[in-house]
Structures are given as structure tokens and as C-alpha cells.
Design a binder for this molecule. Structure first.
Ligand SMILES: Cc1cc2nc3c(=O)[nH]c(=O)nc-3n(C[C@H](O)[C@H](O)[C@H](O)COP(=O)(O)O)c2cc1C
Length: 374
């Protein structure tokens, strides 16, 4: 276990840089490291600008860095470099304040023209401070980061995949995780293994851990594990349900589960694709195997909900024959949980309340029970 200090160099709040940093921090924490955050904009401005290291708050911040095994430094790109706020703090640190430490630099920026700011501006300054290792830093375009009024954040798949690779490499340097060898690109989903598991099986761990992070960051949930613990594990086992994973070799790359909603209807939960394997059509494959399993268990209909901040999930369901039970022209944030239904067309008639519902016609009293996203 390493003690990791995070330096947040954005003067803004809310901050896209902070959102990226918090995604990274959740992964480092989940790997067992202790995180000590340092939000530079919260330091007293006068002593900070005067490099007054006798100020108690400045001195405490310097000590925090000194005591760390590793440092994650996150800054917005300002004027083709990193922020002045970060610079004034780095300037008041001792010359070799990073000696022996592992460092991960991250930046967010508005222009792809400045993706190299992390390497040509930030990295040389950090290198001059004597670190043991500076990880391959990463630039996240601010257009890939969404901020919500309640503090929720989302990094879209284009940026999240490479960011996770960078964090994995940093974890490897910290010594507690094997370096991931990128899986060979499997273009035919049929080459993947479908494995039926129980919730507590070790192969589900990547799925559950990543969903907890996704729920936590997108919906600003303090206890993101609560949603995952909401249903007993037996819901996803015979005779009423199933938990299915797609394995690429030994690696869990995607998965999902079904449980009994009513006698005729299976409810889909926990649909997930590994951040390293997005944009390969794996979620669609998960839906196909879940639908097959639902038919096998005797269901004639599938019901599910997703959250308003999961446009990729809504898009998947809309493109996979699911009928939205809400008005798709309305801002999803004003609706909340978004229900969908699909007739499996195999087992016969569907005498459930849901059978009478069509898009945009959910009567409030008959609206299905809805929960945080699958
Ligand atoms: C004063 C200022 C200067 C900026 N200069 C650049 C720049 O040179 N290149 C760039 O890519 N983005 C630039 N940006 C955009 C920010 O880097 C980008 O919006 C970043 O994600 C903001 O992070 P924050 O929300 O954490 O402050 C600038 C923004 C501001 C406010």
C-alpha cells in the first residue's frame, strides 16, 4: 500500500480536471492505496504567492508531499502549459521534493493542439525535482468530461479507456498489480466465452468494482455499493435469474444479469463492458446472451431501467429493439430512471401490466418500479 498525495491545480470549481482526478483516485483507492488530497486553490493565496513556507497551511501541504510515496498531479492546460496555481505551489517545494517518488501527471485541456502540454511543459519541471519515476501522463479533452449540478461526473468511453490504461500502468509501478497485457482484439464476439457465474465468484469482481465507480462518479453517490447490494445474490441464480460474463481468455471483458421482475418478465441488471474493451460491440452481445437466457428460463419479456446519465446505454437499448417507456424528446435529467421493455416473442402472450405500455405513455400510478441504472 502506498500513500499517494494528489495535487489538484485547477483554480475553478466545479472543475473538469477534478472530475478526471476523482475517477483516477477511485481506482487507486480500490487498489488499496491511501489517498491524501491537496486542493491547491484552498491554500491561502497570500502565503502561496509569496512562497511563505512558514505559513502553517503551506507548511502542512509541503509536509504532505514530503511524506508521500507517490504523487498524482492534475492540472488544466492554461496558455499551452499547466496552471499558474500549480506552478506557484511547485515553486515553493524544495528542489528535490519528488525524490524517490512515483509521479503520475494528468492534464485536461480544451484544444487537441495542446495534448503535448503534459510532456513538454509539465514533465520537465517534475523531472527536475528528482522523482523515481514519472508515469506516461495523459491529456483528457474537456469535451469528454461531463459535469452535473449535483456533483456527478462522467468521462466518456473515448477518454476513459486510455485513462484507465494509464492508471493501470501507474498501479504496476506502485507494485501491487500485474501489468495488464492488452488483450488481443477479438473482432468476432463469437470467439468470446460466455460463462454463467454467481455474484460472489471472483470473475465478477472487475464488473462489480467498475460499476461501483461508475455509479459513484456519474451520480455522485456516497455509497455506490448500496445499489449493487440491493438485490440478494440468489435473485441472479436459478430458477429465476442468471449472471453471465463474457470472458476473453481469462479476462472478464463484459457481463450482465437477469432477475425475476414478474412471472413473465425478466429484469436486466448490471450490464457492463470493461473500459478497456468498449466500442467492440460487447454490450450488444451481452444483451443477446441475456435475452437467450431469459427465454430459456421461461420469460417472454425483458424490462430494464437505465440512468439519465448513461446515453450510451440508452442508445444501445434503442438500437436493440427495446421500447422506451418514457418520452425520449424530454431531457432525461428531468425524468430520472429510464425504463425500457422488449417482447422476447418466444414463450407466448404477456398478460402483464407492462404489455399495455408504449413509449411516452407511462401512467405515474402504473409506472414500473425503477432503480438506479442496470
Ligand atoms: C485561462 C484559460 C486558459 C486556457 N488555455 C488553454 C490552452 O492554452 N489550451 C487548451 O487546450 N485549453 C485551454 N483552456 C481550457 C482548459 O484547459 C480546459 O477547459 C480545462 O478542462 C479546464 O479545466 P478545469 O475545469 O479543471 O479548470 C484554458 C482555459 C482557461 C480558463
Amino acid at each position: 500500500m502506498s500513500v499517494i498525495v494528489t495535487l489538484l491545480g485547477s483554480p475553478q470549481s466545479p472543475s473538469r480536471t477534478e472530475a478526471v482526478l476523482s475517477h483516477v483516485v477511485r481506482r487507486l483507492s480500490a487498489a488499496g492505496h491511501e489517498i491524501r488530497p491537496l486542493v491547491l486553490r484552498d491554500l491561502p493565496a497570500g502565503p502561496l504567492l509569496a512562497a511563505d513556507v512558514s505559513d502553517p497551511e503551506i507548511a502542512a501541504a509541503v509536509d504532505l508531499v514530503s511524506a508521500a510515496d507517490a504523487v498524482v498531479i492534475a492540472s488544466p492546460v492554461y496558455k499551452a502549459a499547466y496552471s499558474g496555481l500549480l506552478k506557484v505551489f511547485l515553486d515553493l517545494l524544495p528542489q528535490f521534493a519528488l525524490r524517490g517518488k512515483d509521479v503520475l501527471p494528468l492534464v485536461t485541456g480544451g484544444s487537441p493542439a495542446h495534448v503535448l502540454a503534459v510532456d513538454y511543459a509539465l514533465r520537465p519541471v517534475l523531472a527536475s525535482m528528482g522523482p523515481a519515476h514519472i508515469g506516461p501522463g495523459w491529456f483528457v479533452s474537456s469535451s469528454h468530461v461531463s459535469l452535473y449540478p449535483d456533483g456527478g461526473t462522467h468521462i466518456d468511453a473515448v477518454a476513459a479507456g486510455p485513462l484507465h490504461e494509464v492508471v493501470d500502468a501507474f498501479l504496476h509501478v506502485l507494485g501491487n498489480e500485474p501489468r495488464r497485457i492488452p488483450a488481443p482484439i477479438v473482432t468476432t464476439p463469437g470467439e468470446l466465452t460466455v460463462k454463467r457465474v454467481r455474484v460472489e465468484d471472483p470473475e465478477t469482481a472487475p464488473l462489480l468494482a467498475d460499476l461501483a465507480i461508475e455509479y459513484g462518479t456519474r451520480y455522485h453517490a456516497v455509497d455506490s455499493g448500496a445499489e449493487l447490494a440491493r438485490f440478494p445474490a440468489s435473485d441472479f441464480e436459478d430458477p429465476n435469474g442468471a449472471f453471465l460474463l463474457l470472458l476473453d481468455g481469462e479476462e472478464t471483458v463484459a457481463g450482465g444479469a437477469i432477475r425475476r421482475y414478474d412471472d413473465h418478465t425478466a429484469e436486466v441488471k448490471r450490464v457492463w463492458t470493461s473500459p478497456r474493451h468498449r466500442r467492440r460491440g460487447l454490450a450488444r452481445r451481452v444483451m443477446e446472451v441475456l435475452e437467450d437466457k431469459a427465454r430459456e428460463l421461461g420469460y417472454s419479456r425483458i424490462y430494464l431501467t437505465t440512468g439519465p446519465r448513461q446515453p450510451e446505454a440508452s442508445g444501445l437499448y434503442l438500437n436493440s429493439g427495446y421500447t422506451p417507456l418514457y418520452d425520449t424528446t424530454v431531457d432525461p435529467e428531468t425524468i430520472g430512471h429510464l425504463p425500457f421493455v422488449k417482447d422476447l416473442g418466444a414463450v407466448g402472450s404477456v398478460p402483464t401490466d407492462l404489455s399495455t405500455l408504449t413509449a411516452g405513455q407511462v401512467h405515474p400510478e402504473r409506472a414500473p418500479r425503477v432503480k438506479v441504472a442496470v
